[in-house]
Design a protein around this ligand. Structure first.
Ligand SMILES: Nc1ncnc2c1ncn2[C@@H]1O[C@H](COP(=O)(O)OP(=O)(O)OP(=O)(O)O)[C@@H](O)[C@H]1O
Ligand SMILES: O=P(O)(O)OC[C@@]1(O)O[C@H](CO)[C@@H](O)[C@@H]1O
Length: 305
């Protein structure tokens, strides 16, 4: 079974407007409220691709009930833990460009965190676990490392999509896959990454630091894959994004889908990039049809050495 953990889910409030200007009153042309958070998005994309998963994490208050209800409506299994404090609201403004405002997270109590640990203790070597997104208040930012310390030795394969200290500390526990974007990977090593070559260099350093597979996503520049199976660069034709929110989550779901369906690392990587790009270049998340359409436009090349 695949489990996704979203410690800090959100309602994503998408709002479209002609232009965004400071000190102006704006009228929305269109708006949409959806359950969000990185692990939840991975579960949603897996569901669209026809693969089951169980969403774990915390939800509270009215916003939390909304998130839970949406998952139920979409037929996504969940064991979300109800918290005393309300889940957050993240605003996604789509005007000349995309602007994100992330709401303050609820504080999670020790008992609520303990309830998550007891759920996680049920996982076995047959399971995949996706740990994705920010860590809410009340939880130490070493939480991903602690979860990996507990479940890694049991053979659970862990996909880690985190940044900052949560990513840095997590590496030592040998996650099966990490998916930083090039800014997050640069931050990890205190450098700025702008080219595929630099992403390969620092992707290899992440491998040396413990990760087993590394996907470095680079938005419209495509992505880089580094593992002992090979090093690949994926390029995509330049096109303005329609919605880049959840593109990275679609990539994680795409790789997980491909890998668990028996694709080679290279094929799973291509599928992951196609999933990410078809989410970025269309309304809503990727689908099998959109992935099939975009796949031939993606070039994947092998990097020697
Ligand atoms: N403008 C774009 N054109 C084509 N593909 C894109 C574009 N933006 C993103 N993608 C695809 O989606 C993948 C992930 O994008 P990105 O690097 O922005 O991830 P991210 O920062 O984790 O995103 P998010 O956190 O919003 O999900 C890229 O590797 C690429 O395949
Ligand atoms: O603040 P975090 O947890 O890092 O990211 C949260 C978030 O921006 O990530 C998803 C897109 O990847 C959105 O659904 C959600 O609002």
């Amino acid at each position: 079974m695949i489990y996704t953990v979203t410690l800090n889910p959100s309602i994503d409030y998408h709002i479209w407007m002609d232009a965004w200007t400071e000190r102006e009153i704006h009228k929305a042309q269109r708006e949409q409220k959806v359950a969000g958070g990185k692990g939840i998005n991975v579960s949603k994309v897996l569901n669209i691709l026809g693969m089951e998963s169980t969403a774990l994490g915390f939800v509270g208050g009215f916003f939390g009930a909304f998130i839970q209800h949406e998952l139920e409506q979409e037929g996504i299994a969940h064991r979300l833990i109800r918290t005393r404090q309300e889940s957050r609201l993240n605003i996604k403004i789509k005007a000349q460009s995309e602007t994100d405002i992330s709401g303050t997270s609820p504080a999670i109590s020790e008992e609520e965190l303990a309830a998550l640990y007891s759920q996680l203790d049920e996982l076995t070597a047959d399971d995949y676990l996706v740990l994705a997104g920010s860590v809410p208040r009340g939880i130490p930012d070493t939480v991903y490392q602690s979860i990996m310390k507990r479940l890694g030795p049991r053979g659970v394969r862990i996909f880690l999509d985190a940044s900052g200290k949560a990513l840095a500390d997590g590496l030592a526990e040998k996650p099966f896959l990490i998916k930083p974007n090039h800014h997050e990977l640069g931050e990890l090593f205190g450098v700025e990454i702008t080219t595929h070559e630099e992403a390969v260099t620092y992707g290899k350093k992440a491998l040396e630091a413990g990760a087993q597979h590394v996907i470095v996503s680079m938005a419209e520049q495509g992505a880089v894959f580094v593992s002992r199976d090979g090093v690949y660069v994926a390029r995509i034709p330049k096109q303005p994004p329609v919605n880049s929110i959840g593109a990275g989550d679609s990539m994680v779901a795409g790789f997980l889908y491909g890998f668990t369906r028996g694709m080679s690392s290279e094929e799973a990587f291509r599928f992951a990039v196609a999933a990410g790009s078809s989410t970025a270049l269309s309304e809503g998340f990727c689908t099998h049809e959109k992935i099939r359409e975009i796949s031939p436009k993606i070039t994947v090349t092998t990097v020697e050495g």
